[in-house]
Design a protein around this ligand. Structure first.
Ligand code: GRF
Length: 197
């Protein structure tokens, strides 16, 4: 299973995938990390693990389409067969989605379809939910939508801040992301979705 990972920031999810591979819990290889933010810690993590890291800065592209075309070209160049958005903070185009049909997954820090968008953890706190979590889903054009592959629930405690809650959610992200990748790779991922195909 040849993976391309896309990350904009810290890259802890990149790290756990790399670790699962190293520990032979996941039969895959990370062919490339694509990052769009020159200061993304994910890039350092890749270098430390000997994974090729390619900076594609969206600011260098006039149109989203041109940026995504470059992403597709890079993923093809590295002969990737599964794409993982692990904290990729850019909206995408249909061209990117169509280039890898049902082979692009995203991880999001809420129980979708609740709390879409960048403030998912803050939204969960503001709503006062007692349980939130994380979701791995297939990418679709509409942000944080698309068939759900795997979820994990996380309790919300009264004293939680966005930071403490996000940290608890990330523990579960780190558990289910490698599992979801493995399931997809083995062709046993199940969405069960009747609506959001
Ligand atoms: C995760 O919480 C993920 O759900 C969201 O962005 C965050 C990325 O974390 N999409 P990291 O960069 O992998 O540490």
């Amino acid at each position: 299973l040849k993976l391309g990972i896309m990350a904009s920031g810290n890259g802890s999810n990149f790290e756990v995938v790399a670790q699962a591979i190293e520990e032979r819990k996941l039969n895959a290889k990370i062919k490339v990390l694509i990052y769009n933010n020159p200061s993304a810690k994910a890039a350092l993590r890749a270098k430390n693990r000997g994974v090729e890291a390619v900076l594609l800065n969206h600011r260098d592209y006039k149109k989203r389409e041109d940026f995504d075309q470059k992403i597709v070209q890079t993923l093809r160049q590295y002969d990737v067969d599964l794409v993982i958005m692990a904290g990729w903070m850019r909206l995408v185009t249909q061209e990117l989605i169509d280039a890898f049909p049902d082979k692009i997954i995203n991880i999001h820090p809420s129980l979708l379809p609740s709390f879409k968008g960048v403030q998912a953890v803050e939204q969960a706190l503001a709503a006062g939910v007692k349980i939130t979590g994380c979701t791995v889903h297939l990418l679709r054009l509409e942000m944080d939508s698309g068939p759900i592959l795997m979820q994990a629930a996380v309790p919300v405690f009264p004293e939680d801040t966005a930071e403490t809650l996000h940290a608890r959610i990330q523990i579960q992200e780190h558990r289910i992301l490698p599992l979801a990748i493995a399931a997809l790779g083995e062709g046993i991922a199940y969405t069960g979705a009747t609506g959001n195909k």
